[in-house]
Design a protein around this ligand. Structure first.
Ligand code: CTP
Length: 398
């Protein structure tokens, strides 16, 4: 969250300049106030009016054509953070050498605010020794580089050098600005569906996509928390999220119990297998040998292990039920959680793989709160609002 934070958005002359408009939107959606500064060549790719309309602020486009006699120092002092996206190879070179002959580089030199740089260029330029050494130099200044992604480049080429997605750059800006409402809070999230080996090729699994857990991890990180995401599904790309990739329930238990030691809040959104093959086969079961019979044994109860800890974090469980949620109320008591988030995976728009969810919160006293169907990202935000009301965490220093 960037409520009220002041971001100078520097745009330089690459084809990815159009994405600066999206980045400005993303920053504003998160509550930031954005003042753009554009280089002369940026104006060849993106209209100043576009950024003016989106941000409500006319971009600074030079040192001598602005009403302000010293636009660079005004911007530099105003900024809580400076983000440059896209940053061309030429701008990286000018920044690395302090060549402040345009309003953007002059602003960066004049500011004490944190600087986030998102380069974009052709692969060959990105991999050129000059660029590599400029990036090293900029990193040594303490600037934060948002590495380019791989994908389509200008002129029909593909490769590394494509500007990182605006959402990722906005995350990097938020990460350099401390002071979110969960600053200092340590969070553990489990996500994804575990896989229990039958043999070296096959496993017992489930349909969990990891989307709900990942949304919860990102929402906490955006509020300033330090998040450990123990996941058997896709990872999350956020500077404040440490991904720990696991496969089985046993691996998830080890990683989660370890992270729970220092966590203030643990949200157990993973779909953990309750049983695993007792004797997984080394190698591959052969068709000619006929259908095997697979004996199962219980897996460790990841959540149960945390519930039993002497100094346990505030504990949030999930319960995927089919049909009635009556069992979930009993489960909330049985599991010893502080909050249970239940959903009926058979109801439309809810459950595995969807981007929306309809959940019911169950409190330890049996009280329930049914929320409307909404995007998983919104469920995650509201969940953190609710957890923040219920739990006094240590280390909060907004
Ligand atoms: N869970 C866990 N470790 C397990 C199984 C479940 O940590 N081995 C966690 C899940 O991440 C979830 C909560 O426990 O937060 C409830 O999971 P669920 O499968 O609904 O609970 P069970 O006790 O297995 O209930 P059921 O009999 O309905 O399967």
């Amino acid at each position: 969250m960037l409520a009220g934070r002041r971001v100078v958005l520097g745009v330089t002359g690459g084809v990815a300049a159009y994405k600066a408009a999206y980045l400005a939107r993303r920053l504003i959606e998160r509550g930031a106030v954005v003042r753009p500064v554009m280089t002369e060549s940026a104006l060849e790719f993106l209209g100043a009016h576009t950024l003016a309309a989106i941000t409500g602020n006319r971009p600074v486009t030079g040192m001598f054509n602005a009403a302000d006699v010293s636009p660079h120092t005004t911007l530099a002092r105003w900024a809580d953070a400076v983000a440059i996206a896209p940053a061309t190879a030429a701008t990286l070179a000018r920044l690395a050498n302090g060549l402040s002959d345009d309003a953007l580089v002059a602003t960066v030199l004049a500011t004490t605010a944190p600087v986030v740089i998102a380069p974009a260029m052709h692969t060959e330029m990105w991999q050129h020794p000059a660029t590599i050494s400029n990036i090293e130099q900029l990193t040594s200044f303490g600037y934060h580089i948002v590495e380019p992604a791989s994908g389509a480049l200008a002129g029909g080429d593909t490769g590394v050098g494509r500007l990182a997605e605006p959402e990722r750059i906005a995350d990097a800006v938020a990460a350099v600005l401390p002071g979110g409402p969960m600053t200092g809070v340590e969070v553990l999230v489990t996500a994804g569906g575990t896989r229990e080996a039958i043999d070296s090729v096959r496993y017992l699994g489930n349909h969990s996509s990891g989307k709900m857990g990942n949304a919860i991890a990102i929402a906490a990180a955006r509020r300033g928390a330090k998040v450990t995401l123990v996941t058997a599904g896709p990872t999350v790309d956020h500077p404040r999220v440490e991904n720990v990739e696991v496969e089985s329930a046993a691996e998830m238990a080890d990683a989660a119990w370890n992270a729970a030691e220092r966590a203030d809040v643990a949200v157990m959104a993973a779909a953990v297998a309750d049983f695993r093959p007792a004797r997984p086969i080394e190698g591959k079961l052969r068709r000619q040998e006929g259908p095997p019979s697979v004996d199962l044994e219980p897996t460790p109860d990841v959540l149960g292990g945390i519930a039993a800890m002497e100094h346990r974090p505030f504990l949030v469980g999930f319960a995927a039920e089919v049909g009635s949620l009556d069992e979930a109320v009993a489960k909330a008591r049985r599991k010893g959680v502080d909050l249970l988030v239940a959903n009926d995976i058979s109801s439309p728009g809810s459950g595995f793989g969807t981007d929306t969810n309809q959940v019911t919160l169950i409190l330890p006293d049996g009280a329930t709160e049914a929320w409307n169907l909404m995007p998983k990202a919104d469920v995650a935000e509201r969940l953190w609002d609710r957890i923040s009301e219920m739990c006094k965490w240590e280390g909060t220093s907004p």
